[in-house]
Design a protein around this ligand. Sequence first.
Ligand code: SAM
Ligand code: SF4
Length: 327
Amino acid sequence: MTLLDKFGRQITDLRISITDRCNFRCVYCRSADPENYRGRDELLSWEEFDRLAKIFLSLGIQKIRVTGGEPLVREGVEDFIARLHALHVRDLSITTNGFLLADRLPRLIAAGLHRINISLDSLDPARFEQITRTTSFAAVMRGIDAVQNSSLAPAKINAVLVRGINDDEVEAFASFARERGVIMRFIEFMPLDADRHWHRSAVVPAAQVYERIHARWPLASVAHQHSETARKYRFADGAPGEIGLIAPVTQPFCGHCSRIRLTADGKLRTCLFSKDDHDLRGFLRDGASDDDVATYIESVVMEKEAGHRINAPDFHAPSRTMVFIGG
Ligand code: SAM
Ligand code: SF4
């Protein structure tokens, strides 16, 4: 089966947010204020996630990324990964803030995880802890070390750059990639923060990141697939490590988008910036058959929007944050 939208894009990637909870409160994502988490009943149960995953795979999904919130705070994530693995997902990955990773990695690997992304927004412990509003730097570094010493190496590290907060660390991150042999990916700040502080001037364009690193350590392009979000580069001098630039704001890749998202509360979202969600949980709980759910998913995906409108003059940031949508 092939899942297509009306623009002929083939949808092969599903991001599943398994929880809205998080043990961090990153400034570019969550508010500092205590949040009302969703009640347990509002979130999909593992059985419901399993059922939907099977339906999505039958429709042509090939890659699944498990995310959140922080996916490692939901008990049972390793078993979920194992069940996805048993369904022969071609590419099975997780995005985590890394805080609980060092302890959990062996079980994740045993479950059949293929790839892992870890968020790291500063190499300075004090600044890292200001950004995440936690005391967590050492634990995250232990998580990265654990990945580097495992079969999942090299670790993919994601940094969201926010001007005035961590944009002075571009070269330090690149140096970290070279020294540690990790894949260092820079993500442009998107208007998805709970506090609504996003402003265009806070975005550090990927082109500037490229220029800065290239001036210090010349970069050479690495081939990438159209549907991949990152432009990839290696160091021309042969040093280990890789650089990835993800530019959803300044160089949108919507024309090649192959992604849809399932939120923790069971909504199908066809774009990070969709105005409307599509409720699958209600369908499941009202006793719909797998065929009915599949037909509904196909009809929603068909209407996937042409692209986000961050750069449109009348753009208004959505009121939802990454908390529900997943990265
Ligand atoms: N808690 C996990 C983590 O932080 O890796 C997984 C969920 S998090 C929502 C997924 C990714 O979204 C992370 O790499 C995070 O840095 C990124 N993210 C969150 N808010 C963002 C924003 N406003 N702009 C760009 N990326 C953002
Ligand atoms: Fe939590 Fe990830 Fe958001 Fe940070 S980016 S607050 S770790 S969900």
